[in-house]
Design a protein around this ligand. Structure first.
Ligand code: TRP
Length: 331
């Protein structure tokens, strides 16, 4: 059985792209592996959030993952900052990380451009903290998107270096968790590429969007004047809506509109109305759970407490063994 660790950014609401691209797979993998899911609130300090928004973001992310089916009785769900062991392992690892390799990291170079007035040392050492998150549980699999591959590569470098420096075979070198065919990319409503909140208002459908807002966003989605030829290839700003329909609607609904398109009989108004309806139906139970959980602080408190206790067991064991290996020994 693999040990899987995944850190979740503590900013932003989940949209359908996150759900079908990642969260749904997390829900599945938690049953097949020993899974650790945590909310990476230490990492988010690199952008200097205000205290009130830090807490509410962590809560929102926790609520939405639980509502999506992450089961705290199956997986270990915790808040990163509830594990002081992570901060300690980070400190121990950062001594063996080199400025040069950290400065060369793509995500750091991008931050220099996007966040020029706040290039703090936390941004530079972000990959070390992420490595600590992963190897603290001696994980061998990490579900990561393309944008995190370099960080995972650096995690392997730090793990390998530790083993070599101290002549041990202690940390495994974690590999990317491969979702294979179940990895779906959900495009945005505006047809400009993937669904994301940074792509502009109305491009993403969030799990907690109201039915009215879903309706509005879908009806506003750009279409064209209709297919010019029978069986023609769909342009991107039509294909995106079909791609969303494929995951939220029934198969016969999809086929119905696909046939209409191919026969040049489609009416986009009807098509979008159906799509909106099906997204609303899909979202409804998750949105209901989000609302319930948001109002149940006692339950959330229980979940994170239990998660932190479970996670600290393996984290504390690792840190004490690492201290011993490094030579930090008791008198
Ligand atoms: N850097 C990841 C992201 O931006 C979040 C993250 C932090 C993470 N620690 C992790 C992911 C450990 C996987 C494993 O999405």
């Amino acid at each position: 059985m693999d040990i899987v660790v995944s850190g979740i950014r503590s900013t932003g609401n989940l949209h359908l792209g996150n759900y079908f691209g990642a969260v749904k797979n997390f829900v599945k993998l938690q049953h097949e592996n020993r899974a650790f899911f945590f909310i990476a609130d230490y990492h988010s300090l690199t952008t200097h959030p205000v205290p009130a928004s830090l807490h509410s973001n962590v809560k929102q992310v926790l609520v939405e993952y639980l509502a999506s089916g992450i089961d705290p009785e199956v997986a270990t769900v915790y808040i990163q900052s509830d594990l002081p062991e992570i901060a300690e392992l980070y400190l121990l690892l950062v001594m063996n990380a080199y400025n040069g390799e950290l400065e060369r990291c793509t995500s750091f170079k991008e931050k220099i451009k996007s966040q020029g007035e706040n290039i703090n040392a936390g941004l530079l050492t972000y990959p070390v903290l992420m490595a600590a998150d992963i190897i603290i549980h001696k994980a061998n699999k990490v579900p990561v998107g393309k944008d995190q591959e370099q960080h995972l590569e650096m995690t392997r470098t730090f793990a390998r270096r530790f083993n070599r420096m101290y002549g041990v075979e202690y940390f495994p070198e974690p590999q990317a968790y491969n979702f294979g065919k179940s990895l779906v990319k959900i495009p945005g409503l505006d047809g400009s590429g993937k669904m994301g909140k940074s792509e502009g208002d109305g491009n993403a459908v969030f799990l907690n969007d109201t039915p009215e807002s879903i309706q509005k966003k879908v009806m506003k989605a750009v279409t064209d004047s209709g297919p010019q030829e029978v069986n023609q290839k769909k342009p991107e700003s039509i294909e995106n809506l079909f791609a969303i329909m494929k995951v939220v609607s029934r198969e016969d609904t999809y086929k119905h509109f696909d046939d209409l398109y191919n026969n040049r009989e489609i009416r986009y108004g009807d098509f979008k109305k159906q799509l909106a309806e099906d997204i609303i139906t899909f979202n409804a139970p998750i949105r209901e759970k989000i609302k319930d959980l948001e109002n149940d602080d006692a339950y959330l408190k229980k979940v994170v407490k239990q998660g932190a206790e479970k996670a600290r067991e393996s984290a504390a064991k690792t840190v004490s063994e690492v201290r011993e290996i490094i030579g930090i020994r008791k008198f």
